[in-house]
Design a protein around this ligand. Structure first.
Ligand SMILES: Cc1cc2nc3c(=O)[nH]c(=O)nc-3n(C[C@H](O)[C@H](O)[C@H](O)COP(=O)(O)OP(=O)(O)OC[C@H]3O[C@@H](n4cnc5c(N)ncnc54)[C@H](O)[C@@H]3O)c2cc1C
Length: 497
């Protein structure tokens, strides 16, 4: 059955999103099954924040900047799902990503806007997917139908690519996996008339408990399998029977509303996925038993996943630089040479990022199948995995001990304490309440559980940075310059003879 869009309602709204999560999904947190995700305190802030942003898609201010009219159905659809066919389309998509990230301060690594392009990237290789034959499904058609289904329903996807981290000792990166890992990896148990039955696990899937669908595939590290049963890419609803979602400890809990202004609203959660004889219908499978299309995609050099993540990183850098600047002003250290230089370093990184984004936009190109790709951005993603921790380090160095020593909301409200706080904990020309809130924001960026999780995310989310550096090096063309060096070395020194 082709995924039906006849009842699709187009761009997601807040209420529809919240209601979509009440579907008996099997989410586990701290040893207990979560009865209702949108009502649970660990998820409520994030879900309500996403609902708020979804509602902007239907607001007078943002409707035209976040949605387009689907030619097929007349539905208003999110620009996150637009298949870009021109430079103008890329600009429209960039603006949409700007809005998502302005609204969420660049804190959502796996927002709906960030996951949609993963399906666009698969759509772009639909011919290659379709070249692998299976008597029961046409993989190329499946991805085209699935893209349309997601676009017309504006679904929120998570994605899961890695094997469980049990024993990596026999797992050379980019090479054939060893048999022990195959037993743990997600694999096909049997084929039925309805689809394939799968068992195994995935580590990990950010935003899984608050998603509509789970897109499951293999990362570059895991693509080369010794057992074809472990080669599969598909997407299923998050409430699929037999799928368990195990959450990590939330980072959204904290003291007081302003104590954790980011953690409270932007804990997107990370989760293990356990599959026990789960049915994946034939029309939801994009790759099976043969990974050659995805292997070819790795060297294809087309970039559809660009804007949402790059724009997010830019907003995150802008936020860190601005918070550090305000802190330096609030305690009167901004004129000191060392502090100014550190702020200048943060601003330099942020500006370099903006220049690079403009560069990849300038280098955009039309692919053979008529989609518009951004220019090469591999190095940018690797660069930020190392640059993010430097930004955090600079913020901590500029803030001094104030980043941990601030009064809470209840301290401020207590008349027995307030006089002391007004006198000893105010800043230069700013009152204690402003200063406390500002430093707590810095704390949430650079110290709290939320801040630390964000840092771990930045380092790992694009896959192992070392693997990525090695892959980049393998494709890095130095022939021209190495030949010139060899030529120079072969010549007599200038002052000889
Ligand atoms: C916060 C967060 C969110 C994430 N969200 C998602 C998501 O939404 N979807 C998703 O699919 N994935 C997600 N990931 C997973 C991420 O892609 C992986 O963490 C990353 O690919 C590294 O894999 P790993 O965690 O299994 O580490 P491992 O591969 O187990 O690495 C552990 C250590 O061993 C080293 N190592 C491992 N194998 C080798 C080898 N063969 N040779 C040399 N050194 C080796 C590594 O360099 C590292 O130091 C997320 C990760 C984090 C931390």
């Amino acid at each position: 059955m082709v995924l039906d869009v006849s009842t699709a309602a187009g761009a997601m709204t807040g209420d529809r999103y919240i209601e979509s999560l009440r579907d008996n999904r099997e989410v586990w947190l701290d040893g207990e099954r979560v009865p209702s995700v949108p009502d649970h305190p660990a998820f409520r802030g994030m879900v309500n924040e996403l609902a708020r942003i979804y509602d902007l898609q239907d607001s007078d201010e943002f409707r035209d900047q976040m949605t387009f009219v689907s030619p097929e159905t007349g539905n208003r659809c999110s620009y996150s799902w637009l298949l870009p066919r021109s430079s103008e389309d890329l600009k429209l998509k960039r603006r949409n990503s700007e809005i998502w990230n302005e609204q969420s301060w660049g804190q959502l690594g796996r927002s709906p806007d960030i996951l949609a392009p993963h399906i666009t990237a698969l759509y772009a290789i639909r011919d290659s997917l379709g070249s692998v034959k299976h008597p029961r499904c046409a993989f190329g058609e499946n991805i085209a139908n699935y893209h349309r289904y997601c676009q017309e329903n504006d679904l929120f996807l998570t994605h899961a690519l890695g094997d469980p981290q049990v024993d990596r000792s026999q797992q050379p990166q980019n090479e054939q996996r060893n048999i022990i890992e195959e037993e743990l990896a997600l694999h096909v148990v049997e084929e039925t008339s309805e689809g394939v039955i799968i068992t195994g696990a995935k580590q990990l899937a950010t935003a899984a408990p608050i998603s509509n669908e789970c897109y499951v595939s293999l990362s570059a590290t895991f693509l080369r399998r010794s057992d074809p049963k472990c080669v599969l890419a598909f997407s299923i609803p998050t409430n699929s029977p037999g799928m368990k979602i195990l959450c990590r400890e939330p980072v959204s809990y904290g003291y007081g509303g302003f104590g954790h202004p980011l953690g409270l609203n932007y804990d997107e959660q990370d989760a293990m996925l356990f599959f026990e004889e789960v049915l994946v219908p034939w029309d939801r499978i994009f790759m099976l038993y043969d990974s050659s299309p995805l292997l070819a995609q790795l060297t294809r050099r087309a970039y559809f996943q660009g804007w949402p993540n790059l724009v997010r990183i830019h907003h995150r850098m802008q936020l860190m630089t601005a918070v550090a600047t305000l802190i330096a002003e609030a305690i009167g250290v901004i004129e000191y040479r060392e502090v100014s230089a550190k702020l200048g370093e943060m601003a330099t990184c942020t500006e370099m990022w903006r220049h690079s984004m403009d560069g990849i936009e300038h280098n955009a190109f039309l692919t053979d199948d008529g989609l518009m790709s951004l220019g090469d951005m591999n190095a940018m993603n690797i660069f930020f995995s190392q640059m993010s921790s430097r930004m955090v380090e600079l913020l901590r160095e500029i803030a001094g001990s104030g980043i941990i020593m601030q009064p809470s909301e209840k301290d401020l409200a207590n008349p027995d304490l307030r006089g002391y706080l007004d006198k000893y904990m105010r800043g230069k020309g700013v009152d204690v309440e402003y200063k406390s809130r500002l430093f707590r924001l810095a704390h949430d960026l650079a110290v709290s559980s939320f801040g630390m999780r964000q840092e771990i995310y930045e380092y790992w989310h694009g896959g192992d940075p070392n693997r990525n550096r090695i892959n980049l090096l393998r494709n890095y063309d130095q022939d021209g310059v190495t030949e010139r060096i060899k030529d120079m070395l072969s010549r007599p020194l200038a002052n000889e003879g």
